[in-house]
Design a protein around this ligand. Sequence first.
Ligand code: SF4
Ligand code: SF4
Length: 311
Amino acid sequence: MSCGDMPSMTVTLLDIQRMSTEDGPGLRTTVFFKGCNLRCPWCHNPESIGRKPDLNWLSVKCMGCGICATVCERGVITRDSNGVHFDRPRCIACGHCTDECPQGAIELKGRPIEAETLFRELIKDRAYFGGEGGITLSGGEVMLQGEAVVMLAKLLKEAGIHVAVDTAGCYDFKLLEAMLPYMDMALYDIKIFDPARHLEITGGDNRLILENYRKLRDAGMRLWVRTPVIEGATDSAENIRAIGGFLREAGLPERWELCSFNNLCRDKYTRLDLDWAYKNTGLTEKKHIEELAAIARSCVPGAMYSGTTKE
Ligand code: SF4
Ligand code: SF4
């Protein structure tokens, strides 16, 4: 095999979040990768959707010097009295503007990195994992990172690290099958039960998601299911009852959590020049999520809700 035939062992890393307590058991390091095949309109990580690095402009830091526009050889950047503008599709993520901006007002979100290099970076955190914690591989959709992320999980597992995979499950099971020997658990999103509605709202086929849940369950995988509670999309009693009925029939997860909505990610959309349909949506009402959690508990004992709510 020539070098040109070698599979790429590079992942596209978005961010590393340390000392995380919400992405699996114990204290964890959560690794976010770029690239997702769903388009949930409430997404809290818009910078994780595209596979390519994204330009973030932090208007509060910008002093309007225009240096970025002069160093960009592609002519991506223009500046006027309203600030700096990017012709994003033409950006090749060379990083010249981020290097030259005196204010640090431009960031490139996402970078390719070898799985082994990332492993060496992550392993440094093992000091705080204790008996329960470890690494959570998250997205975007982590399984779209292909063989490289399987290799990363293998290296982590061989080093004795607990590996959780945070996935939406909307892909051919073959991708996940390769990961099974190297993962200890899945954090599994089930958002909308009705297939037509799921397709309409997220752009993805939930029959794959439900089928893959069954396969993980049959493989004896430890499962924590999460359902975001999103006004008008996932938050009907009917939807929660249907997901609960499915979980009972397919095999109960260890835990089912309803996650309340917040709009703390609003600025992320602004920095990417994107409008967000949920920018003015408030927190989930406590009474409403408690009612949904009661329905969830009638199907899955111990089902719970998490996140900040309003009275
Ligand atoms: S170089 Fe930085 S500070 Fe100057 S205009 Fe560009 S973003 Fe703003
Ligand atoms: S990253 Fe490179 S191509 Fe993209 S806007 Fe900056 S200087 Fe231009």
